[in-house]
Structures are given as C-alpha cells and as structure tokens.
Write a protein that binds this ligand. Structure first.
Ligand code: COA
Length: 165
C-alpha cells in the first residue's frame, strides 16, 4: 500500500469526483439509503451536520492513494460533546478495501483529532453492516449506545460506537 493522504474537499470543487467515488461504492450507499448514489446523496455528504451544529463544524476529505481518489470521509466536530469528532461517513472504493487503507485512514484521523484536542471519536454503524462493525471493533471502538429505528427515521437500527483518544 502506498502512502494514504486525506485531502480536504469541497462541494463546489469536488462534487463530481465524490459522486464518481460513491457510484463505485454503490454497494454501501444502496444499503444505507436504499438506492444508487445521486447528487442528493453527495449534497448530504458535504452539508449534513448532526443536530445543533453549523456547517463550520464539518470537515470533508478525499482518501488519496497517490493520484487516485480511493475513498471519502466526513467528520463533524462537537457531536455529541464539544471534544467529540463524529465520523459521519467513511467510504472506500470496493477495489481498495481489505488492504489496510481503512486502518491507515483511521490512524490519520486519530492524529488530526488529537492535534485538535479532541478526546473521543464516535460514529454510528448500521446493524445491517456487520463487516463494518467487525472493522470498528477490531480498531478498538466500543459500543456507546443502541439507536433503534423510529417511525421518523430511515428504518435502520444502529450501534453508536466510541473510541477514547
Ligand atoms: C469499512 C471500511 C472503511 C474498512 O476499510 P478497509 O480498508 O476495507 O479496512 P482494512 O483493510 O483496514 O480492514 C479490513 C476489514 O474491514 C472489514 N470490512 C468492513 N466492510 C467491508 C467491506 N464492505 N468489504 C470488505 N471488508 C470490509 C472486513 O471485516 C475486514 O476485516 P477482515 O480482513 O478481518 O475480514 C471499508 O471496508 C468500506 O469502505 N466499507 C464499505 C463502507 C462502510 O461500511 N463504511 C463504514 C460505515 S460505518
């Protein structure tokens, strides 16, 4: 595996590249939202923030292996607590999975989070995605709480996981 870099991306500059990546990773997007990725999904990636936060809290990155965009990740600062980083989505091209890139991305995220004086990483994982659960638990994440689907939600049961930095 070559060096992995997180390159900041924006909706105005990088939406097409993000859509291309999401289309390659349509397996996961379809599992989560029930249809193939489209620009609405990409808009959400660049703009959706957890409750109570503003757009300023959001960081979006391309996962770069040399010149290739092999994944994307978004993080919100301050949810659920001021020193939490909430990983909203981490998505790799299927052709680049199971090669340790996910672990390398996480290493970079932890380094950035510690520099930003964060104390916790959190995320939610779909109960319907046991392979991702396996990945996060292997990387040291612990169950934080169970978030069952509600009549207003998207129908997914989720585990919220946490990692003490
Ligand atoms: C989860 C993900 C980011 C992990 O990155 P990765 O580079 O594949 O992870 P690593 O190579 O460091 O570790 C591989 C582990 O990830 C797990 N994994 C999770 N989802 C996977 C998937 N869709 N395909 C293959 N492996 C997956 C495997 O269990 C594997 O462990 P194993 O080799 O012991 O079986 C990546 O597989 C991915 O983008 N999956 C699809 C999207 C997703 O589920 N995102 C997380 C949402 S909470």
């Amino acid at each position: 595996m070559s060096d992995i870099v997180l390159r900041p991306i924006t909706r105005s500059e990088d939406a097409e590249d993000a859509l291309d990546l999401a289309q390659r990773a349509a397996d996961y997007v379809t599992l989560e939202v029930g249809h193939a990725p489209n620009m609405d999904f990409i808009d959400g990636f660049f703009t959706a923030v957890p409750p109570g936060l503003s757009q300023d809290a959001l960081m979006t990155f391309a996962v770069m292996e040399e010149q290739a965009m092999v994944g994307m990740i978004c993080i919100a600062e301050g949810y659920e607590f001021p020193t939490d980083w909430w990983i909203g989505l981490m998505l790799l091209d299927p052709a680049f999975r199971r090669r340790g890139i996910g672990r390398a991305v996480l290493r970079l995220v932890k380094r950035k989070a510690r520099r930003a004086k964060m104390t916790m990483l959190k995320l939610s994982v779909l109960e319907a995605n046991p392979r991702a659960m396996h990945f996060w638990v292997r990387e040291g994440f612990l169950p934080h709480r169970y978030a069952a689907a509600t009549p207003e939600s998207d129908g997914h049961d989720r585990w919220v996981l946490k990692y003490h930095l």
